[in-house]
Design a protein around this ligand. Structure first.
Ligand code: SF4
Length: 346
């Protein structure tokens, strides 16, 4: 099986081409430059053709192949399905904002966190994605759209902090001038609350925008929809976020899927106030995408009422625009449907 050049940073490429191919060191810079433009080995025209052939004998450029994409005109959102070299389908979403293109990256195939409202968690974890597979999602999309990617959110399928070492390398290479040159301020990592991972981010000084998938404001309620609560309870998760805020100076966002009849009560709003008071935390209210489970989308009326409750407590909030709902852009929905069709399923 071939190896993939994107798996290696510039320093590692220097070693490979000087030791394995007896080429001058500057060729590593040429290859690295081509990779971030999305070029295949045969398109790296400033390399000697004999060297290109020798490289292609052992390597390919990227470990992901494009399968298809779906576009939602209303929200200017495009969802992509890629296949890994071992035949797993993964998905990424390109969100077109006024200030640029943001790619929502998957960090794992599947997920073992088991959140009740999420399609990605339904089949469990298949495997961790490599840094090269995460970078390839962005590079492939950038080339297909002909646009530079300005922002990254780690909110696709998978729990990023359950794949810590690979995600750390991905972030560092996305940030590097030899990589994608994307500012840490333009990278957002969303976690369901893996406290040990948040502490490692602090130790490693990886200071991106941190977003905690809260979704319920008490241990009792959160336990019903998020099994992670058994390992790291809500108080520990909030404390870790406050520590991250202190060390990084980055504002923390709390993601809150509003689920009608579940987490939209006056008690919930009050509990959110208790969490947010004396902080600059921001509540990001999300319309739940309806998967096949029991947690269904809230009504506009429910959202309006809950917003009024938050306002009465002076809680900072935003409402996330519902992206890609007509193209199954809930976490994991499109990928699982495509995989089911490939396997002859419904
Ligand atoms: S919401 Fe995120 S952490 Fe939870 S199961 Fe889905 S992908 Fe995993």
């Amino acid at each position: 099986m071939k190896d993939y050049l994107i798996n290696y940073d510039k320093t590692a490429l220097e070693y490979i081409i000087t030791h394995g191919y007896n080429q001058p060191v500057f060729r590593a810079g040429q290859i690295n430059g081509w990779l971030y433009k999305g070029a295949e080995i045969c398109e790296m025209h400033n390399l000697p053709s004999a060297f290109r052939l020798a490289l292609a004998d052992k390597y390919e450029a990227f470990p992901l192949s494009y399968k298809f994409d779906l576009y939602e005109e209303k929200t200017d959102t495009r969802k992509f399905i890629f296949s890994t070299a071992d035949g797993i389908f993964i998905e990424s979403v390109a969100l077109n904002y006024d200030h640029g293109i943001c790619v929502c990256v998957s960090t794992q195939a599947g997920c073992r966190m088991g959140c009740a409202f999420c399609e990605s968690g339904k089949g469990g974890l298949i495997r961790n994605l490599t840094p090269g597979e995460m970078l390839s999602q962005i590079i492939r999309i950038s080339k297909m759209l002909g646009r530079r990617i300005t922002n990254i959110v780690l909110m696709g399928s998978g729990e990023p902090l359950d794949n810590y070492d690979n995600v750390k390398e991905f972030i560092l290479r996305a940030n590097s001038p030899d990589g994608l040159s994307i500012s840490m301020r333009n990278i957002t990592l969303s976690t369901c609350g893996i406290v040990s991972g948040i502490k490692r981010l602090i130790e490693d000084k990886i200071f991106v925008n941190l977003s905690l998938s809260l979704h319920a404001p008490s241990h009792e309620l959160r336990s019903k929809i998020m099994p992670v609560e058994k390992a790291y309870n809500i108080n520990e998760a909030i404390q870790a976020c406050k520590q991250y805020r202190k060390e990084s100076s980055r504002r923390i966002t709390l993601e809150y899927c509003l689920i009608e009849g579940f987490n939209d009560t006056a008690e919930c709003a009050k509990a959110l106030y208790q969490i947010c008071k004396n902080t600059d935390m921001l509540i990001n209210l999300i319309d739940v995408n309806s998967t096949k489970g029991k947690y269904t989308r809230n009504s506009a009326h429910c959202m309006r009422n809950f917003v009024e409750k938050l306002k009465s407590y002076n809680i900072n909030y935003t409402i996330r625009r519902r992206l890609g709902s007509s193209i199954n852009a809930a976490c994991g929905q499109l990928r699982s449907e495509y995989a089911a069709n490939q396997n002859g399923g419904a």
